[in-house]
Design a protein around this ligand. Structure first.
Ligand code: XIL
Length: 459
């Protein structure tokens, strides 16, 4: 363990306490006892998590499950919550394998990162051939259904995965989703927020580790723009699939994203190599995260080298094929323990905030405000319902739609009507709203959103 000034004083304090009861011999024991002995526990000392990607098919392997249960406190489904897995046929959803992972994690007291709601890769076959407004609707429906299904169980969702192009352009990757319109990412985030308001919403990508990379700059500009315009985004995931070396400006990348007012998470870490060299690379990644207050956790993409998706020769993980700890494991544990229960060394500030002023509707009343995402031929409306100076036990929101506009689906609300004046009422879990507090629901429609102005009343 590397002793920082803070950890030294911690050790000395503890040692003094024990020295008075059992004598000086206890000093050594106390030094090591101040360090946690699993990845999850050592990360937790500084308020972080340490996670692993998990495959449902390996949950019957006792060595694998033993390591998972002992070492990790966050879980990502390696493939089981991707679009092809959860919606194999259009509008027919399949959650059995995702559930096996989520249920295992929750039963063990671990949290879950959802991966991933929208991606150009691992799309179901029916979606691969779609385009335009049909694909846009299918995407919104997918996000709605999957995020609603897992609502309350997910710590953070990778809402959109890998949407930026490699190389020097700093622009978007071409894909069927991108061709539905540049606003597809913000529509995805707004839809996810409405479907699961409790989950952190992340943008996740690879080759965004070096601050100097054009791709990193492209993602940075998007996050900056989302924060400025109030598009809901809470975190950026750096996949961090590395060769043998780590970019020298990796910590700068983490720091710069954090300053935008988002959490940063290392979401799919694996590093090729072996021995001291690999250990050193893992140590550097860990130190870069713990140096930034808003770097809230690290996930490795698999448990043993034999579980990895990479070439066998890369042996990129923390445990060997037999489940033994590698030198890289000890390097990570030491770096996490060195961060200790003290504050991280770098603090960050949130630079953007948005304020909305609405008239106090008084006791028993409520207000409704809409935020819209429109595209040619349709829109998604997210409606925020805010209680006045007394609590609501139920609410009703009406919208008058322009002629030719038709609601196609809604989430987190019941609906009556599809055209003209359409009324939405609370569902069982969001009818109670404390004074001054808000809940959100949303709907999707074809046609125009011109003049949309929701009115709220208590019921
Ligand atoms: C990988 C899985 O590990 C493999 O099992 C699968 O065959 C392909 O996908 N970026 C991501 C992950 O966001 O979902 C990918 O996972 C690895 C790259």
């Amino acid at each position: 363990m590397k002793l920082t000034a803070k950890s030294v004083s911690r050790v000395v304090l503890a040692a003094t306490l024990i020295a008075t009861t059992t004598g000086g011999v206890a000093f050594l024991a106390t030094t090591s006892a101040s360090a946690a002995s699993t990845l999850g526990a050592s990360a937790a000392q500084s308020g972080r998590y340490y996670g692993a990607a998990v495959a449902a098919g390996r949950l019957g392997d006792s060595t694998y499950v033993g390591l998972l249960n002992r070492e990790f406190d966050m879980v990502t489904a390696e493939n089981e919550m991707k679009m092809d897995a959860t919606e194999p046929n259009q509008n027919q959803f399949s959650f059995a394998n995702g559930d096996r992972i989520v249920n295992h994690a929750l039963a063990q007291g671990k949290r879950v990162r959802g991966h991933t709601l929208a991606w150009h890769s691992q799309q179901p076959r029916w979606m691969q051939g779609m385009e335009g407004s049909a694909l846009r609707s299918a995407l919104v429906n997918h996000i709605n259904r999957v995020a609603s299904y897992y609502r309350g169980k997910i710590y953070a969702w990778d809402v959109v995965n890998e949407a930026f192009a490699d190389g020097g352009s700093g622009g978007r990757r071409d894909s069927n989703l991108q061709r539905t319109g540049n606003d597809w990412i913000e529509v995805a985030f707004r839809t996810a927020r409405a479907a699961d308001p409790g989950a952190k919403l992340c943008y996740n990508d690879y080759n965004t580790d070096s601050w100097a990379a054009a791709k990193t700059q492209g993602v940075y500009r998007m996050v900056q723009d989302f924060k400025a315009r109030g598009v809901p985004i809470d975190c950026v995931g750096l996949q961090s699939h590395f060769g043998t070396s780590i970019p020298g400006d990796y910590q700068t990348t983490i720091q710069r994203f954090a300053v935008l007012g988002v959490d940063v998470q290392i979401t799919e870490l694996d590093i090729a190599g072996s021995g001291a060299q690999q250990a050193d690379s893992y140590r550097r990644v860990t130190q870069a995260c713990v140096a930034v207050a808003r770097c809230t956790g690290i996930t490795v993409w698999g448990i043993r080298d034999t579980d990895s998706w990479r070439y066998p020769g890369d042996s990129p993980l923390l445990f060997d094929g037999s489940g033994n700890k590698k030198p890289a494991y000890n390097a990570v544990l030491d770096a996490l323990n060195a961060a200790g229960p003290t504050n991280p060394t770098t603090t960050t500030t949130t630079t953007t905030s948005t304020t909305t002023t609405t008239q106090d509707p008084g006791p028993g009343g409520c207000t409704a405000t809409a935020s819209l995402n429109t595209w040619n031929g349709g829109f998604v409306a997210n409606i925020k319902v805010t209680a006045g100076s007394s609590a609501l036990n139920g609410w009703s929101v009406s919208v008058s739609l322009p002629s030719g506009t038709t609601v196609t689906n809604q989430w987190s609300a019941n609906r009556s009507g599809t055209t003209g004046t359409v009324t939405f009422t609370n569902v069982d879990y969001n009818g109670s709203v404390a004074a001054g507090q808000s809940v959100e629901f949303g709907f999707q429609a074809t046609g125009s959103a011109t003049g949309l102005s929701p009115t709220c009343s208590a019921r």
